[in-house]
Write a protein that binds this ligand. Structure first.
Ligand SMILES: NC(=O)c1ccc[n+]([C@@H]2O[C@H](COP(=O)([O-])OP(=O)(O)OC[C@H]3O[C@@H](n4cnc5c(N)ncnc54)[C@H](O)[C@@H]3O)[C@@H](O)[C@H]2O)c1
Length: 247
């Protein structure tokens, strides 16, 4: 029933974290457009979500899994998308800020993979997509905590993929590594600069393709990784960066 082709997601139940944000909204819309059922979650108080899920809270994950099991009976896909960015070099980053970034970006993905495994194992083609970043591949002087957290997501993904390959059914797990995506996070980064317009122009100019990514461009790739069309891909890094790390 859920064996599909061409990147389609007919009937797939997919949980998206951070679904009220720029990429989360685009991913949820692409899942629905692909014929799947997007189960949307974000922090309490974000409007239009199926339920509240703070990714740093293990009890929230357990509650979410129980609710999805009751409503849908299984989970076919998990997109660990929730994340926060912090600008600061290693000296300027407080221990409290480091822990906050690691809690959301690294602990949150760990808890998601860990909590969802049992329910994912009820699917015919389970797939996890972890949203890392180009900042999980290359460093930036002023992104100490963000770099560390996104690097953790990159290698956790490989460990989960190897463990998932031993299960029956096999659970795939891949990471995506976008560069700057037009939306709230980039607006926040630009706003933190002395000259926001210049900062935004520099971000685009740094990218060989000369522009920021559109959220839908990242979402399409996530849907493909969720779908059986990518069945032989696991533990891999999909870099969606307009050529940024090619040089
Ligand atoms: N925007 C970019 O340029 C860019 C580039 C590369 C990677 N990413 C990654 O993509 C993901 C989505 O980013 P975005 O651009 O949509 O950012 P965004 O700020 O628009 O959305 C992030 C969402 O995560 C939610 N969130 C924050 N803390 C949470 C928590 N503890 N539990 C649950 N939800 C929480 C927020 O409420 C928000 O809705 C992040 O992991 C980010 O690091 C973004």
């Amino acid at each position: 029933m859920r064996q599909t082709t061409g990147g389609r997601l007919d009937g797939h139940v997919v949980l998206v974290t951070g679904a009220a944000g720029t990429l989360g909204r685009a991913i949820s819309a692409a899942v629905t457009e692909g014929g799947g059922i997007a189960v949307t979650s974000d922090l309490a108080g974000r409007e239009g979500m199926d339920f509240a899920l703070d990714v740093t809270c293990e009890a929230d994950w357990q509650r979410a899994m129980a609710e999805i099991a009751e409503r849908h009976g299984r989970l076919d896909g998990l997109v660990n998308n929730a994340g926060i960015v912090l600008v600061g070099d290693v000296e300027a980053t407080s221990l409290a800020d480091w822990r906050r970034v690691m809690a959301v970006n690294a602990d949150g993905v760990f808890l998601g993979c860990k909590s969802a495994m049992t329910l994912l194992a009820r699917s015919l083609s389970p797939s996890i997509v972890n949203v890392s970043s180009v900042s999980g591949l290359v460093g930036g002087a002023n992104l100490a905590a963000y770099n560390a957290s996104k690097g953790a997501v990159r290698l956790l993904t490989k460990s989960v993929a190897l463990a998932g390959a031993r299960r029956s059914p096999q659970v795939r797990c891949n990471s995506v590594h976008p560069a700057f995506v037009a939306g709230d996070m980039v607006d926040g980064l630009a706003a933190a600069a002395r000259d926001p317009d210049r900062a935004r122009a520099r971000m685009a100019a740094d990218i060989p393709l000369g522009r920021l990514a559109e959220p839908a461009e990242i979402a399409e790739a996530v849907v493909w990784l969720l779908s059986p069309a990518s069945a032989f891909m696991t533990g891999a890094e999909m870099v969606l960066d307009g050529g940024l790390v090619a040089r």
